[in-house]
Design a binder for this molecule. Sequence first.
Ligand code: DGJ
Length: 699
Amino acid sequence: MPIQKTIHGWLIETQHSAYALGLNPAGLLAHCYWGPRLPFTADYPPPPAPAEWSSFDMPAHLTPEEYPAHAALRFGEPCLSLVFADGTRDLVLGFVEASIDGEELHITLRDEALQLALTLHYRAHPAYDLIERWVTISNQGHQPLRIERVWSALWHLPPADYPYRLSHLTGRWADELRLRRERMPQGTTVLESRRLTSSHHHHPAFALDRGDASEEHGEVWFGALAWSGNWKLAAELTDFGATRLGIGLNDWDFAWQLGPGEQFVTPACYGGYSQHGFGPMSRALHDLVRDQLLPHHNAPRKVLYNSWEATAFAVDLASQSRLAELAAAMGVELFVMDDGWFHGRDSDRAGLGDWWPDQRKFPQGLNPLIERVNGLGMDFGLWVEPEMVSPDSELYRAHPDWAIHFPSRPPSTARNQLILNLARPDVQEHLIGLLDTLLAAHNIAFVKWDMNRNVSEPGWPSAPGEPREIWVRYVQGLYHVWGELRRRHPSVIWQSCSGGGGRADLGILRLADQIWVSDNTEPTARLHIQEGFSQFYPASTMEAWVTDMGAAHLSLEYRFHVSMCGALGVGGNLLHWSADQRAEAAALIARYKAVRHIVQAGDLFRLRSPAASPISALQYVSKDRSASLLFVFRTHMPPQLALPPILLRGLDPQARYTVEGIAEPRSGAAWMQIGLNLDRAELQDFQSTMRLIQQVNHG
Ligand code: DGJ
């Protein structure tokens, strides 16, 4: 049983980790333990007794509460902040009940006077060493109340002699998902998005370590929020040396009116503990995403071609057919027509919202192109940007009020577009109807769902209640529209794109099987972006195209190798590729198809970081450890006497393996201990190598 009641409270155990909480003598629900699983139930500590330092720091402030509210003598970051009808901004939460239901634990606390119930939910994912947490607020009174903050979880870290190191991803458009590791300062570090998406800028996921963790060593505590809108993370190093991290919906410009009898349920946050570094953290999340979240789980990702960089808005039957023929001859399996195909869309100045084929470009509609693509043996995919509207569109002319805006001022455009208010049920139903018609009338196997601006003037003039609910209701509306389309068209594969990686998170991965991680496809930049993405998300979700970016200084092989670390795609202008280049690409695509199951469904080992060395390396290992794939990339490096050995990981130490290009098999132990010595001449500046590693006599 992963969850049990103990003499001290409740204990959640996964395969290698444990999490304990209980009521302390003052009746507060307190955190007791998060770390490696211990041999005996009695090993886990009891809830800490109330401590008091002075009249300035009373027990409520010093207790590591599981979910502290804005209440009484507490001065840290609260998880919950409520305003009641009589103006009360305080809570006295007492324990009501707890129930264990298989792998779930539910603990309910209640403010009797204010008739407010709070239920903390925990779900164990024992095989993944993860715990999922979320919260329900129930207004059991007779007056409405206002929620001003409601987070999904507060994570308490064990005591440490030095400040913890916070690992997180940061960046901007075309440079997103950069991994940062920084010691926590005294006080509170806030990371957040106020942009309506999870954002290119900061990322709703974290890892904490004591400064000594590496890929395969050291303790790491980590978590990720399953939410695709505004979020906030507050990592606190308190005056008393405690480390805690709260995460959930952003309270900035947020308010939610909760009527009598209503409930509010937060998004989930997944958290985990790794005793052996960042590698197991990533592999646990990769497995969870593939097995539990992705709609199509481990189905092989097809090699796609995307027309954007070749033809931009100038798409028509002739241009796309020509590209499709060239792509099919290279072994591409899925042809995706990007932006420009719909009514009035010749540039980014018009057309968004009018999701039917442009008469001038496709006089017979899309089916002739789709039939041509299918006839070439490929699936057909299409780009849409459903949340957006161009002021120059039929939709906007008919429904200007559907755009997010304040009536007192003109809304700001970005890329000449406005955002439809997906908080509105009529907008949701309109989009479901239009896109359903599009999917029903065409053989579309793949949809790229784009979103190319952030919000401004976040007004909702016709809001039935509190207009600041827009931040959450928009994302709920997005999930509803997308989820309903998924339900009606279950075989379609969806890709989430927001001008690259502006909406990459565990929430969107319940809807989209793939993510377009960046508009920057220059391969040496991509090494860093992909390293960041891989911290939390598996390679199968990382769509990676070979384009013409980097062609001036990098070989086609190098560019392919970088993209082969994810779900391979091609996005270059094939009309400009020579016959020799297309033949080389065809050989690399064939190679990828033969090994993609290792990349997409295997375990990732980051052997050498591109941030730490001009020679970076990644290894994927099949779950049964019979086969593995090694990628090594060199950027510029001063001349060396010898290249550093590449120490492999994840192999069966006792089994013997061959490494492609090396005659003698060796034991897994030897490859991991001594490594692979690449000759200097084999890996010069801006060269790469990909090696298949196979267990001898396997099967
Ligand atoms: C931004 C995306 O990231 C690109 O790949 C492309 O789809 C354009 N939008 C099209 O407008």
